[in-house]
Design a binder for this molecule. Structure first.
Ligand code: GLN
Length: 335
């Protein structure tokens, strides 16, 4: 099966000084994403998020896949131009911004790098550690990350976060106002988490302001192509393959990817790492990214979620492609 997936690519033999040299096989990414789309498009497992009422309006049939290789090529299938809210995918990039501004020690000390083993918005997780940092990818840590962004006021904090998202996407993203409004009307739980964090001195700016900015960053719309461009920066050692700008210092990329491996899929993260072995991040809008360092990034959009809040088809698709390309990071060099 694996051989078949590679068969349309190369395995071109060339003669070099009398000995036969096999070129390294480059996966046929275009064929792989078509196969995955075909294979999973009729799988209707999972449920579209409705705890944020505006998210319930998205069709469970939406399904798009994109792969970006570090040399800047993009392969896409399905409606890869359909926009959806980033939700928790935004947490990765704001964490990266905090790291770039204040260093990885600060992220480790103030936001942590431990799995909670609990739901992404668990208050119990905060209570159990008395607000000690867990990680910047669960809601409590992500809101605390927003509060850590160095800015003189609320407007500048938001501008820095939005400019950062735009730079990764190499595009101008916009806030989905109906989603923002809907989430602001129903985010009492997040407000409570922020207050709880503050009661343990684990919050670093005004809580209401930070919760609002966090909610706004979650409401930023992306499409699957913009999203894969964002992830490609992480695959390419922190440098955008599109603008050529170093958006994240190379030395911090392993820490960002480690946080994704630890908590990118919340309480589904351990199983994901065991089965697939590449850092990934999901959002309740149905988006998901995964990064194969030095090779490629993948983004998938499909709204129906599993119980942990991770897109079902996105996980299946990424697992399929990761296996076909032997992307598991725990293989040795001679995979
Ligand atoms: N904005 C959402 C929330 O705070 C993000 C959650 C997610 O995508 N897992 O609940």
């Amino acid at each position: 099966m694996k051989f078949k997936l590679f068969s349309s690519c190369l395995l071109s033999a060339s003669l070099l000084f009398g000995s036969t040299v096999l070129a390294a096989a480059t996966p046929d990414y275009g064929a792989l994403i078509e196969q995955a789309h075909q294979k999973y498009k009729d799988n209707n497992e999972g449920k579209v998020a409705d705890y944020i009422p505006a998210l319930a309006t998205y069709s469970p049939k939406n399904f798009a896949i994109a792969i970006a290789t570090v040399d800047g090529k993009i392969y896409q299938t399905g409606d890869a131009s359909a926009a959806f809210p980033m939700e928790s995918l935004s947490k990765v990039f704001t964490m990266a911004l905090v790291m770039e501004q204040s260093g990885s020690e600060e992220v480790l000390n103030k936001l942590g790098a431990n799995a909670t083993g609990m739901a992404f918005n668990s208050g119990l997780a905060v209570e159990l550690t008395k607000g000690a940092p867990e990680n910047p990818l669960v809601n409590a840590g992500a809101m605390s990350a927003v509060s850590l962004v160095k800015a003189k006021d609320k407007d500048e904090r938001w501008k820095l976060i939005m400019d950062n998202l735009n730079a990764y996407a190499n595009d101008t993203l916009t806030v989905n106002e109906p989603v923002f409004k809907s989430e602001m009307e129903t985010n009492q739980h997040n407000q409570a988490l922020a207050d709880l964090m503050e009661s343990y001195n684990s919050f670093y700016s005004d809580t209401r302001e930070a919760v609002e900015i966090y909610t706004r960053q979650c409401s930023v719309d992306v499409n699957t192509v913009q999203l894969v461009r964002m992830a490609a920066v992480l695959a390419n050692n922190g440098k955008s393959p599109y603008s050529g700008k170093q958006l994240l210092s190379e030395k911090y990329v392993p820490q960002v990817l480690a946080e994704m491996a630890i908590a990118g899929l919340y309480d589904g993260s351990g199983k994901w790492l065991y089965l697939v072995g590449i850092p990934a991040k999901s959002g309740v809008g149905g988006g998901m990214i995964a990064v194969v360092p030095g090779e490629y990034a993948i983004a998938v959009y499909s709204p129906p979620l599993d119980n942990a809040g991770n897109s079902v088809r996105a996980q299946q698709t990424i697992q399929f492609i990761a296996e076909a390309t032997k992307a598991n990071q725990f293989y040795g060099n001679n995979k």
